[in-house]
Design a protein around this ligand. Structure first.
Ligand code: MG
Length: 203
């Protein structure tokens, strides 16, 4: 399986990092080795002193597709989840400065946190899902999929123009504002519509 991530998909997050608003979705990938096994704490890697949480809505692909039109995109995913796209912000800043790819900052071991998935049918509309990340019991990030620059169906369609999507692939759909540093002993908890779907210790 593969993990495809969308960057810069929420305006306030683009502004907080002083990035340019893109005219097409920003895409990067994480290998399957980036997935942190369930019930395992996240260890801050030694190459970074500024690892940020980015909470994101996840989409799980349920069948093979290529050149999917936005109109039929909803047929290609059946589960919605929540995850964290851990980012070594200091490493990313260096790479961005040099115009280099982000993988060292975004695709390292353990950088993809994948919480529990819910059936797509549990939601009236995937374009109106509220989600939240709490750190040590306090809210740090809150978002709603209605604020995405590119909606889930548009993302599935766009990504499939470049990469064949296969059953089990996961798309990280971008983070809202409020990204921030994690420290040893932090506890992160993620919620979709007030249902806790993710809990993680930082080591
Ligand atoms: Mg992200």
């Amino acid at each position: 399986m593969k993990i495809i991530c969308i960057g810069r998909n929420y305006v306030e997050h683009i502004e907080e990092l002083k990035n340019e608003r893109p005219d097409a979705p920003v895409i990067f990938m994480k290998p399957d080795t980036a997935i942190l096994p369930k019930k395992t704490p996240f260890t801050i890697p030694e190459f970074s002193t500024d690892v940020h949480h980015e909470v994101e809505i996840l989409v799980k692909i349920c069948k093979v597709g290529k050149y999917i039109s936005p109109k039929f995109a909803h047929k290609y995913y059946d589960e919605i989840g929540l995850g964290i796209d851990f980012t070594a912000r200091d490493v990313q800043a260096e790479l961005k400065k040099k115009g280099l790819p982000w993988e060292k900052a975004k695709a390292f071991d353990g950088s993809a946190i994948i919480g529990d998935f819910l059936s797509k049918d549990d939601f009236n509309s995937v374009e109106n899902i509220t989600f939240e990340l709490q750190k040590n019991g306090g809210m740090v990030q809150k978002g709603n999929t209605s604020h995405m620059l590119w909606k889930i169906d548009e993302i599935v369609s766009y990504v499939s123009q470049y990469f064949t999507l296969k059953k089990g692939d996961i798309i990280f759909t971008g983070t809202p504002e409020g990204v921030g540093k994690v420290s040893t002993n932090d506890v992160l908890e993620g919620f979709i519509e007030n249902k806790r779907v993710l809990r993680l210790h930082i080591k």
